[in-house]
Design a protein around this ligand. Structure first.
Ligand code: PLP
Length: 374
C-alpha cells in the first residue's frame, strides 16, 4: 500500500462510447436537409435493420430507452395479475411491472449466476400469474431452457431484461432470441449506446406490430387500440447508434483485455469471487462485478469501496439495495425470504470496465484490492 499512489485523474465506473463530433454532423446531413427527424425516420429504420442483423434476431423495434422498452413490452403482451421477477436487478425492471398494474412477485436468485433461481419459480405461481420477467444480470444468461419449460407448463409469457446482455451469445446463438421478448437498453452507460435508447426483440412479427402500436400512442393508424405512449427513437439518437455500431468491436476488444487482467489478478485472492461466464457464452463486456466474502478476505466491501475511492477509482455497489427493499415493495410477502439475493447484494462491487481503463490501471486497481487482504 505504501508505494501505491492515487490516480491523478479519476477513473469513472462508466465512460460512454461516443463517436467523433464531426462524424455525427456528417451522419446527420441528410436528416437536416429533409427535416425527417423522428417518427421512424430513415436513420431509425437503418439502425433497426443493422441491429436486427448484428444481434441476429427475427424482429427488433427501437424505443426511447430501456425502461420504455420494458413498459411497452408488458403492455403489448396485455399482461394481468402477477409477474414473477428477480429482486437483484435495476429498479426499471420492477417498476415496469408497476407501471402496468402488475404485482411483482419476487423470486430469490441463484448464488453463482446471480440470476432468478429456477428451482424456486414454480412455488410462486398462482392462478393470477401471467408472466416471468427475468434479467440476464451482467450478461450472465438465465437458465433459459428451464424457464421455457416452466412457462410452457403454466402458459406464462417470458420477458427478458437484456439491458446487460447486448450481443450475448449462448452456444453461438443470440441470447436475445429467447423468451417472448428480450429488451435492450442503449443508455450511455451501456456498451452499445444511442445516448438514450432501447430496443425490443421478439420472434413473432404480429407482436412486433403490437409493440409498434403501443410505442406510437396506441394508434394503429386507424384507431387508438390501447393505452399507448410516445416511445419512438429519434433519428438523432439513431445516428449516434449507427456510428457507435462501427466502433463496437474495438471497444469489446479493449474491454476483453481489462476483463482478463482483473480475472487473472483477483481470482487468486481467497475471499474474492470473480465474474466467470460458462465457456459457451460470449460476454457482453458491460460489467465487471466481484464479490467480497468478508470472512475469508478479511476486509469488508465497504472498506474496499472507500479505499478505491481514495485512490480515485469509482466502483459501484450494483445492485444494492435490492428492488424488494424499495419503499413501495418492502411490505410485499414475496419481499421476505430472499436470503441469497440479500447476501449477493451485500457482497457485490462493480469495477470500471471501459476503454479508458488502461491495462496498467487495471493492474493497479487489483494491487489496491490485494493490499487490503488480511
Ligand atoms: C439500464 C437498465 C435498464 C433501463 O434502461 P434505460 O435505458 O436506462 O431506461 C433496465 N434494466 C437494467 C437491468 C438496466 O441495467
Amino acid at each position: 500500500m505504501k508505494n501505491l499512489k492515487p490516480f491523478k485523474k479519476r477513473i469513472n465506473i462508466f465512460s460512454p462510447l461516443l463517436p467523433e463530433l464531426k462524424d455525427i454532423t456528417k451522419e446527420l446531413k441528410d436528416t437536416w436537409s429533409t427535416g425527417f427527424v423522428t417518427n421512424n425516420g430513415p436513420k431509425a429504420k437503418e439502425l433497426e435493420l443493422k441491429l436486427k442483423k448484428f444481434i441476429d434476431v427475427p424482429n427488433i423495434t427501437l424505443v426511447t430507452n430501456g425502461t420504455t422498452a420494458l413498459i411497452v413490452s408488458l403492455k403489448a403482451l396485455d399482461l394481468k395479475g402477477e409477474i414473477i421477477t428477480t429482486p437483484f436487478t435495476f429498479a426499471a425492471t420492477t417498476f415496469s411491472a408497476s407501471w402496468n398494474n402488475l404485482k411483482p412477485v419476487f423470486c430469490d436468485i441463484d448464488y453463482d449466476s446471480m440470476n432468478i433461481d429456477t428451482q424456486k419459480i414454480e412455488s410462486l405461481i398462482t392462478p393470477k400469474t401471467s408472466a416471468i420477467l427475468a434479467t440476464h444480470v451482467y450478461g450472465m444468461p438465465c437458465d433459459v431452457e428451464k424457464i421455457k419449460k416452466i412457462a410452457d407448463k403454466y402458459s406464462l409469457k417470458v420477458i427478458y431484461d437484456g439491458a446487460h446482455s447486448f450481443n450475448t451469445k449462448i452456444h453461438g446463438k443470440s441470447l436475445s432470441r429467447y423468451g417472448d421478448i428480450t429488451i435492450h437498453s442503449f443508455h450511455a452507460t451501456k456498451l452499445f449506446s444511442t445516448v438514450e435508447g432501447g430496443g425490443i426483440c421478439c420472434k413473432d412479427f404480429k407482436l412486433k406490430e403490437r409493440l409498434e402500436m403501443v410505442k406510437n400512442f396506441g394508434n394503429t393508424g386507424i384507431k387508438y387500440e390501447a393505452v399507448g405512449l410516445n416511445g419512438r427513437m429519434s433519428d438523432l439518437h439513431a445516428a449516434v447508434g449507427l456510428l457507435n455500431l462501427r466502433s463496437y468491436s474495438n471497444e469489446v476488444q479493449t474491454r476483453e483485455k481489462i476483463f482478463s487482467i482483473y480475472t487473472k489478478n483477483l481470482k487468486k485472492l481467497d475471499g474474492i469471487k470473480v465474474f466467470e461466464l460458462p465457456k459457451d457464452v460470449f460476454n457482453s463486456f458491460q460489467y465487471y462485478p466481484i464479490r467480497i466474502i468478508e470472512e475469508r478476505f478479511g476486509c469488508s466491501r465497504e472498506k474496499i469501496f472507500k479505499t478505491l475511492d481514495k485512490f480515485n477509482v469509482q466502483s459501484r455497489k450494483y445492485f444494492d439495495p435490492l428492488c424488494s427493499d424499495f419503499e413501495c415493495y418492502k411490505n410485499l410477502k414475496s419481499a421476505k425470504n430472499l436470503s441469497v439475493a440479500k447476501k449477493v447484494s451485500q457482497e457485490v462491487l462493480c469495477l470500471p470496465l471501459h476503454s479508458k481503463v488502461l491495462p496498467e490501471y487495471a493492474k493497479k486497481i487489483c494491487l489496491i484490492i490485494q493490499s487490503l487482504k488480511r
